[in-house]
Design a protein around this ligand. Structure first.
Ligand SMILES: NC(=O)c1ccc[n+]([C@@H]2O[C@H](COP(=O)([O-])OP(=O)(O)OC[C@H]3O[C@@H](n4cnc5c(N)ncnc54)[C@H](OP(=O)(O)O)[C@@H]3O)[C@@H](O)[C@H]2O)c1
Length: 326
C-alpha cells in the first residue's frame, strides 16, 4: 500500500510517499481500506511543529524528538473493511465504516488497522466517504468540549470563535442540536455558511466587530482561535459561565485557572476519540443534525498541497484526502 511518511518536523519537503506492506489485523482488530481521510489542523501542527506556545518540548517528548516517531500522520478515515482479525464480532469484510485512529495516527495511507472497539463505527448511508471522513476530528472535539467540559444546556448562549473551521462548523451544529442560542465568530465571507449551519447571530471579526465588547453576554465561549486577551473573554461570560480553551498556549491555560470570578471558569484539554463518541457522531449525522463541511479535496499524491491549504488557517471545514486510484 502507499503511505505518506513525515521524515522530520518542518516543511512539506520532509514528506515522502512510500510503498509499505499491508498491515495485518491482530485479534480484535480490523483493516480498513481507505476511501477518504483528511489533513487536519493537528496533522499540520505535528508535521510542522507549529504547536501552542509552551508546548514545543512536551510535543517532542511525546511524539518524537527530531520527527514524529509514528511517521504516518492522519487520524480521520472512512472506508471499507478489508480483513478482520480473530474474535472480531462487530464488523465483517465489506462493511463501510468511519472513525479516527486518534494518537496512533497512520491514516495518511491506503489502509489502517484499528481495534474493533476503538473509535470506529458503521458509516451512515446518508454520508459519502468524503463526508464521513470530514466529521470525526471536528465533531469529537466539539462534543467533548461542549458536552463534557462545558456542560452546555438548552437555551444557554453559546459563542463559537473560529466557527467556519473543521472544529467550529461542528461546534455550531452540535451547539444548536443541544438547544443553545449560537453566536458564530468568523470572517464576513463565511457568515452565510455558519448561519446555514445553525448560528442565530454572526460576528464578523474582520469587519471590526468584537464578540467580547459586551460584559455578561455568553454562558459558554468555545474558542478555537485563542487570540483575544483572557480577561476580555472571561468578562464576556455570564455568572457561572464557561470558557472552553480549545486552542491556547500553556501560559493562558495556567492564567485561566486563576481568572474566574462569580463562578466563571475556564476548561482546556485534548479531545480523545472514542467508540461512544463515534456512535453519537453517526447518530447526529443520520438525524440531520450534523453535516460535513468540506473545504477542498486532494489526492494522496497531492499531500503537500493539502498541507499548504491547512497551513493558511482559513479553511472552511475539512481538507479531505482521497486515494489516487478512486
Ligand atoms: N484541544 C483539542 O483537543 C483540539 C482538537 C482539535 C483542534 N484543536 C485546535 O483548534 C483549532 C481549530 O481547528 P480547526 O481544525 O477548526 O482549524 P481550521 O479548520 O484551520 O479553522 C480555523 C478557522 O478559524 C477562523 N479564524 C481565523 N482567525 C480568526 C479570528 N481571529 N476569529 C475568528 N475566527 C478566525 C478561520 O475562519 P475565517 O477564514 O472565517 O477567518 C478558520 O475557518 C486549531 O488550532 C487546532 O489545533 C484543538
Amino acid at each position: 500500500m502507499r503511505a505518506v511518511i513525515c521524515r522530520a518536523y518542518g516543511g512539506t519537503e520532509h514528506l515522502e510517499i512510500v510503498e509499505r506492506e499491508l498491515p495485518r489485523p491482530g485479534p480484535g482488530e480490523i483493516r480498513v481500506g481507505l476511501c477518504a481521510g483528511t489533513v487536519s489542523a493537528a496533522d499540520w501542527r505535528i508535521r510542522s511543529l507549529t504547536v501552542p506556545p509552551g508546548y514545543g518540548l512536551a510535543v517532542r517528548a511525546a511524539m518524537g524528538w527530531g520527527g514524529p516517531r509514528q511517521p504516518v500522520l492522519g487520524t480521520a478515515f472512512s472506508g471499507v473493511v478489508e480483513a478482520v482479525g480473530a474474535d472480531v464480532t462487530r464488523f465483517g469484510p465489506g462493511d463501510e465504516v468511519f472513525g479516527s485512529t486518534g494518537m496512533n495516527m497512520g491514516a495518511h495511507a491506503e489502509a489502517v488497522v484499528v481495534k474493533e472497539d476503538g473509535a470506529v463505527v458503521h458509516k451512515p448511508h446518508v454520508l459519502m466517504h468524503s463526508q464521513a471522513a470530514a466529521l470525526p476530528f471536528g465533531a469529537t472535539t466539539a462534543l467533548q468540549f461542549l458536552r463534557d467540559r462545558g456542560r452546555l444546556r438548552a437555551k444557554e448562549r453559546l459563542c463559537v470563535v473560529g466557527a467556519s473551521g473543521a472544529v467550529g462548523t461542528a461546534a455550531v451544529q452540535i451547539g444548536r442540536a443541544m438547544g443553545a442560542h449560537v453566536t458564530a465568530v468568523c470572517s464576513a465571507a463565511n457568515a452565510d455558511l455558519v448561519r446555514d449551519l445553525g448560528a442565530r447571530e454572526v460576528i464578523a471579526y474582520d469587519e471590526g466587530e468584537d464578540p467580547f465588547e459586551e460584559e455578561n453576554r455568553f454562558d459558554v465561549i468555545f474558542d478555537a482561535v485563542g487570540q483575544a486577551p483572557l480577561k476580555r473573554r472571561m468578562r464576556a461570560l455570564r455568572r457561572r459561565g464557561r470558557l472552553l480553551l480549545v486552542y491556547a498556549g500553556l501560559g493562558t491555560q495556567i492564567a485561566a485557572r486563576f481568572a474566574g470570578r462569580g463562578g466563571r471558569r475556564a476548561r482546556d484539554g485534548i479531545a480523545q476519540e472514542s467508540h461512544a463518541d463515534m456512535e453519537e457522531i453517526a447518530r447526529l449525522a443520520e438525524a440531520g443534525d450534523l453535516r460535513a463541511v468540506i473545504d477542498s479535496r486532494y489526492r494522496l499524491s497531492e499531500i503537500a498541497a493539502a498541507y499548504d491549504r491547512v497551513a493558511t488557517g482559513r479553511k472552511r471545514g475539512a481538507v479531505v484526502l482521497l486515494p489516487d486510484d478512486v
